[in-house]
Design a protein. Sequence first.
Length: 562
Amino acid sequence: MKNNLLLIGAALTLSSCSMILGPSTTDVTVIGVNDFHGNLLPTSFRVPDPADRTKTLTVQAGGVEAIGGVLAEARRANPNTVFVGVGDMTGASPLISALLRDEPTIAALNGLGMAVNVVGNHEFDNGVAELTRFQKGGCASNEPTKACKFNNTFEGAKFQYLAANVLDAATGKPIFPAYKIVQVGKARIAFVGAVLKDTPTVVTPSGVAGLTFADEVASVNAVMPEIKRQRPDAVIALIHQGGASKDSFDVVDCKTLSGDIVKIAQGLDAGIGAIMTGHTHRGYNCVVPDPAGKPRTVIQGDSYGHLLQRLDLQVDTRLHKLLSVKASNVVVDAAKQAKDPAMTTIVAQAKGLTDTLSKQVVATLGTEQITRAVNAAGESQLGDVIADSQLAAAAPADKGGAVIAFMNPGGIRADLPVNVPNASKQVTYGDVFTVQPFGNVMMVVTLTGAQIKAALEQQFDNPAAGQNRILQVSRGFTYTWDNAKPKGEKVSDVKLNGQPLDPGAKYRVTMNNFLADGGDGFTVFAQGTDRLGGAVDLDAFQNYLKSTTVTPEPATRITRLN
């Protein structure tokens, strides 16, 4: 009887404490953007037609003004809202940001209240020194005037870059913290981040010099005990690696996710409540079992701020426990969304500094738009045009005497022009820059027919879900590939101007320096001899557009079987 009375008294005490302490549950909204790439302005985005989901509608989506509006609405509905980045906030940016060294993008993300951002591969486009400048501030040291481009000073990112798996090769120490615990109202949410371990294969070697990229799962799991000891109320992983789904971005809890992110998600510590992803530029909202076999959200938004990832969490701040996760992708419809006036000011300033160059008309097309959308064989009309432009620049004997051009599809960043309708059929320098923003140098190398065939086979070595690695080829070069054939034997019927490619003959081939150095896994190209540098790819492209009224041809240079 005495023991029973003690138990009753203890229960009453606990109940009284709970009444004094009040509710322990807190609702937290996490909104994330992935693969923003300095797109301060909205661009075209296709969404399912609500009246007929077999069709799509084109809307103007993204842009920091509309993103600011979405965030303002979310914060009004729930003050416990945190904004995060899932990599590639900068790099491969349109002229409005790139010409100003992406400084306006960092200023905009600061103004939007971003808390953390995991590094993406494009954060390394200009090397670790420039990425460190983005974090710490200061003007560019490699500029002759050492001037800041956007304002007289550059304060750097107020948000924290995360990189659990990026190490200084000399010291073995991380270049940025692996995680940060963010106070969101009464809740404490831990964000831990990693970039794809294969970053060195998709970034120019100078960009990742002196760095080591470790395994994503091992690196994140290694810091989880330390995170858990601090008892956050939830842990969210930000992984700049992704996949693709057969389902639309608005299908909740999809089960069709494929790609590198699946194995990563299956291996990440079960204490992680949800995984926000990037890199593949594909919107999806899926579930993948964690190591304990429980379903866990794996989500990604579309690139350029078209879609924002959203997680609505309920956490117990007394037990430090994640109770529930609701995931969704939010379309940032620029025409319908209220705009953030602070972002309007940033956009206006950036436009004022870049519009004179950006709005210069470069050429008139024979059609409204040339699209980078690929057919079943992996060929696009815009890819053909870019390859033709590079061949035209490198074909003269004094420019290298090239007879074939190859273009990596990942270097084609937008349709030409970026937005439609385009009744005038004109394209501007800003459009051309947005399509090819890297400023790569054209190279001409000598390869044998056998080496060219081997390079084409490398297209199929390690294809990532949602990432098309089919090289775009110049006029006169054709081949067939068969997906049913084993690796190393997929490519056949390789011809140049209708004649079979001679395995023992030597051919002069042009490509950008990224490919020529073996980028995207095309290591055979690095074997090329008699290397000759040429024009910047952007210049080759715009000069070609100026020289002729380009109307896209049918994309029939590459044939696919099976």
